[in-house]
Ligand binder design. Structure first.
Ligand code: SF4
Length: 698
């Protein structure tokens, strides 16, 4: 309580994977003050521009207030009965794999768990995938190949204890600002060196000791070059290497790669290798620039190989560190929220794991093989093989690669359900049934941030109109399909307890994820749960993984994976001479359904743009701030040219936030082909090829 007599509520920010704690103070009139939570270990009271403007984004003007069937309002009973009937009929007629769910890293862990239980345990299909596939699936696959499980070895504290931080494929200053500020503060204190590896000069390069403008797709060659240097300079940690297999094979692959693929000069490479080899406490932070690639998994393993070969992992101030884009991408991974995973870091294709979950859920049917990953899922929708689709809290009609085809596929699907907070997304407009969901600030549950810290999100406002929490909507459909006992949840606390108990069973298989010590929390204890880093069991709590040399593979050893450079799939040509990179800006989030409500956030960069080098702008005869048409075989967009040497000649960059609602001609993901990494299924969102020409209005 403060002087106003209104309660202060602890929660977490709904944006990025840093997972900052916030203090919410409702004003009693639908608004609330939002401040950083000094007690939260991720941010210690700090917030970035997006987090601090959360109070400006609460307006109800665009909210979906009641269920809709087609263009008309409907009651919950009618809408849920229809969803249950159509999914049930479709499964009965065409089999379980004729239905699919496409969900989101915006979901709370409890929502994610119930959605996975419904799809995998009761529909009997693994066709449930998430927009996190576009974000960090390559990291999941790389972790599993190297460690046996999808384990983030270190913690945020390592970023403050390191002597060298390498940011690769990560504009941390804009995309994870509070974490970046922690690094800057640590640099001042201990003189930490900072290297940024990115084809563009971004805000994260300001003040960096070294910026390596690596050629798009050149990361494997660069880290292979580093591994080679590690070996040549006698920096292999042979004692730690006893816990690792594949060292010789990885070294042979590394030696075979050509450093020219990095596009970097000898002096730059030497400076990087000197810094890395000469510093023991190194953290390599990586994000979408690594993951969103057709060789994303290999890039991840190239990075992990360098840390495994030197034993720089799981010790104070050392390790590879993946940062996730979304607030609950990690929670989604924990509940098996991807089409090729099972809950609690178990493997869907392992019969023993499957049987354990099936027994626990008392489920009638479980899929034995991986389901369709996001890109393939929407292809199957377009081909008519998915006949009933439920999209929850995400906007694939603009955010999927090949967005125009995805939009058309959804439009042509027999039955589409969309759960969202608004009816104004491009995807919501295509729904047969629209279900109003509670938004951030109105719902309760947990999220997990990039360093495995589980935090509570708490409701501070009532959901408007008839909006309901997602777990409740999904469980209602399960009950209406005849599975009442399995979906008889009365609260998020009950779901959390079930899921924590299951993690204890999963741990018997030597899995990393174990929160069984939280399985007996009372409702009051769950309500009061303070941020806690997993594992949380009788034998383990918090800490780092792998410093002891024990991994989660059958023989307990890590795997170094031999990898080699592969160029991006889209080739440059006379018709498409520019390499097209996409990404985020500091003050917008995804397709802007929340951030666009804040005038202050929208003032930062008010319209979509295309960064283009001055030489290229001159060659095209572009005047400053001219409109350009960017195009390839997949789509086209009209953007404002931003002439800057932050991009290299021959490369262009556009942010992906603007959509059909905010800028109908700027559908940037329509230009991204659906080429995917063969292991992770993650699309190559940063290396399309395009033409650029001055735009002349007809
Ligand atoms: Fe929110 Fe991320 Fe900013 Fe923290 S850094 S306030 S989690 S957007």
């Amino acid at each position: 309580m403060d002087g106003t007599g209104l309660p202060e509520i602890r929660s977490t920010c709904p944006y990025c994977g840093v997972g900052c704690g916030v203090l919410l103070r409702p004003d009693g009139q639908g608004g609330m003050e939002v401040k950083g939570d000094p007690a939260h270990p991720a941010n210690r009271g700090k917030l970035c521009s997006k987090g601090s403007q959360l109070g400006q984004t609460l307006g109800l003007d665009d909210r979906l207030m009641s269920p809709r069937i087609g263009a008309r309002s409907a009651g919950w009973d009618e809408a849920l009965d229809l969803v249950a009937e159509r999914f049930g009929d479709t499964i009965a007629k065409h089999g379980p794999d004729s239905v699919a769910l496409y969900v989101s890293g915006q979901l709370l862990t409890e929502d994610y768990y119930v959605a996975n239980k419904l799809a995998k345990g009761y529909f009997g299909t693994a066709n449930i995938d998430t927009n996190s596939r576009l974000c960090m699936a390559s990291t999941v696959a790389g972790h599993k190949r190297a460690f046996g499980t999808d384990t983030v070895p270190g913690t945020y504290d390592d970023l403050e204890e390191a002597d060298l931080i390498v940011l690769t494929g990560s504009n941390l200053a804009w995309c994870h600002p509070v974490l970046y500020q922690r690094i800057i503060a640590a640099r001042k204190k201990r003189g930490t060196k900072l290297v940024v590896i990115d084809p563009r000069r971004t805000a994260s390069c300001d003040g960096a000791d070294l910026h390596l403008a690596v050629a798009p797709g050149g990361d494997v060659a660069l880290f292979n070059g580093l591994l080679n240097e590690v070996s040549l300079r006698g920096k292999i940690d042979h004692a730690f290497a006893e816990n690792v297999t594949g060292l010789e094979e990885a070294l042979v692959s590394a030696a075979g790669d050509d450093l020219s693929a990095t596009g970097l000069g000898e002096a730059e490479l030497r400076a990087f290798f000197d810094l890395w080899c000469g510093t023991e406490k190194v953290v390599t932070v990586f994000s979408q620039g690594v993951n969103q690639s057709t060789s994303g998994t290999d890039k991840v393993n190239a990075i992990l190989n360098c840390h495994l070969a030197t034993g720089r992992i799981g010790r104070v101030g050392m390790g590879p560190f993946s940062v996730t884009g979304q607030p609950n991408a990690m929670g989604g991974r924990e509940v098996g929220g991807l089409a090729n995973m099972l809950t609690c870091h178990l493997d869907l294709e392992n019969a023993e794991h499957r049987a354990t979950v099936q027994d626990f859920w008392t489920s009638p049917e479980m899929p034995e093989a991986a389901g369709l990953k996001a890109v393939d899922m929407f292809r199957a929708v377009g081909e008519g093989n998915i006949k009933a689709l439920w999209i929850i809290h995400t906007n694939p009609a603009v955010s999927m690669p090949d967005a125009d085809r995805v939009r058309d596929a959804i439009a042509g699907c027999d039955f589409v359900v969309v759960s969202d907070v608004t009816d104004r997304t491009d995807t919501a407009r295509l729904a047969d049934v629209l279900l109003p969901a509670a938004a951030w600030g109105e719902k309760s549950g947990t999220v997990t941030n990039s360093d495995r810290t589980i935090s509570r999100q708490r409701a501070a406002l009532p959901p408007p109109g008839e909006a309901r929490p997602d777990w409740e909507i999904i469980a209602e459909v399960g009950r209406r399909m005849g599975w009442g006992a399995a979906f008889d949840f009365q609260s998020p606390a009950e779901i959390f307890r079930e899921y924590a108990a299951l993690s204890g069973l999963a741990a018997r298989f030597g899995r990393d994820f174990d929160i069984s010590a939280l399985a007996e929390l009372s409702d009051a204890e769950y309500d009061a749960l303070a941020p806690v880093r997993w594992p949380v069991s009788a034998t383990r709590s918090g800490g780092r993984f792998f410093g002891d040399g024990r991994f989660f593979t059958p023989d307990g050893k890590a795997r170094m994976v031999p990898v080699s450079h592969r160029a991006p799939v889209s080739g440059l040509s006379d018709a498409r001479p520019f390499r097209f990179n996409t990404g985020r800006v500091r003050d917008q989030w995804h397709t802007m359904t929340r951030t666009a409500k804040s005038p202050r956030l929208s003032a930062h960069l008010p319209e979509p743009f295309l960064e283009i080098h001055p030489k290229d702008a001159r060659a095209l005869g572009l005047k400053p701030a001219a409109l350009v048409r960017v195009a390839n075989d997949h789509g086209a967009a009209i953007l404002r040219a931003l002439v800057t040497d932050a991009v290299r000649p021959g490369q262009v960059f556009a942010p992906m936030h603007w959509t059909g609602e905010t800028a109908p001609s700027a559908r940037v993901d329509a230009l991204v082909p659906g080429h995917v990494d063969p292991v992770s299924g993650q699309p190559e969102s940063k290396a399309a090829t395009v033409s650029v020409e001055p735009f002349e209005a007809a």
